[in-house]
Design a protein around this ligand. Structure first.
Ligand SMILES: O=C(O)[C@H](O)[C@@H](O)[C@H](O)[C@H](O)COP(=O)(O)O
Length: 260
């Protein structure tokens, strides 16, 4: 059963990113204490990368046992390794290159100059195979039950590279290639909604008024094909981490915990 979302509103984007980074430290430390290793899924985009930069900047990051953390990506822009537009490149610069991760536990999505060359379908399948290999019998799914899966939100209500009305939203494979994405670059690789929903916790992180409408519909009963945000829910917990701008059009009657 998926959880009813909890909404948290912060004053501005900086406080939102700091607070999400602090929450991430606590969550990873708690999971590592309970189960040994933890797993997170990263998102591309401005806020997602800002969270990683805040995590790199906080002394609390040393509380994490970086060698026992698996890092996955929810989506990737299908570009050559090291391209500045790749989500992996942004995440490395912001955090991953500055902490003692185990390289074997770092799972970037394949690049356009990777083992499958310029074939995003084969690259997506390769990533799905990696996820399948990492899933445990208790996950009851072909992918692991990620401890935290973070998602940015597009103004059109996309999450990862799942854009409204596009074929990826009907696809039941764990990872798919996306062609013709409205946000550049057009060719991408993305986890699908069933994979996102396998996560224990899903955190939707959004800042700015341009996201307010998408957040509003994402918290409604809208269908995920029209409003992918509405289909992104965690098995145990779903958090909408917002700044005031992104929270400007919330539907009435929602639980809200504001910070001054
Ligand atoms: O590769 C990407 O672009 C993404 O993963 C995408 O889903 C992103 O998270 C949102 O578009 C929000 O991006 P912003 O935070 O920059 O608005």
């Amino acid at each position: 059963m998926t959880a009813t979302p909890t909404v948290l509103i912060h004053r501005d984007q900086t406080l939102l990113a700091r607070s999400a980074a602090a929450r991430l430290v606590t969550r990873i430390v708690d999971v590592q204490a309970a189960r040994g290793a933890a797993s997170i899924v990263l998102t591309g985009g401005g806020v997602g990368t800002a969270v990683l930069a805040e995590l790199a900047a906080t002394g609390a990051r040393d509380a994490i046992d970086w060698g026992r953390l698996d890092v996955w990506w929810g989506d990737e822009r299908f570009l050559p390794t090291g391209d500045p537009e790749r989500n992996e490149t942004g995440a490395r610069e912001a955090l991953l290159d500055h902490v003692p991760l185990d390289p074997a536990r770092l799972h970037p999505m394949p690049a356009a100059d990777g083992p499958d060359g310029d074939d995003p379908e084969a690259a997506a399948e390769r990533y799905a195979t990696l996820l399948r290999a990492a899933s445990q019998p208790e996950d009851h799914a072909p992918v692991p039950s990620f401890d935290v899966l973070m998602l940015g939100v597009g103004p059109d209500a996309h999450v990862a590279s799942l854009f409204p009305e596009m074929p990826a939203l009907y696809d039941e494979r764990p990872v798919v290639a996306v062609r013709g994405a409205p946000k550049p670059p057009p060719t991408r690789i993305s986890m699908t909604l069933p994979t996102i929903r396998a996560a224990r916790e899903v955190w939707l992180i959004a800042a700015g008024e341009s996201k307010a409408e998408a957040v509003r519909f994402g918290l409604s009963e809208a269908g995920p094909v029209q409003v992918p945000v509405a289909g992104a829910r965690g098995r145990q917990r779903t958090l909408f981490l917002l700044d005031r701008g992104a929270a400007a059009k919330l539907p009435p009657g929602l639980e809200r915990i504001g910070s001054p």
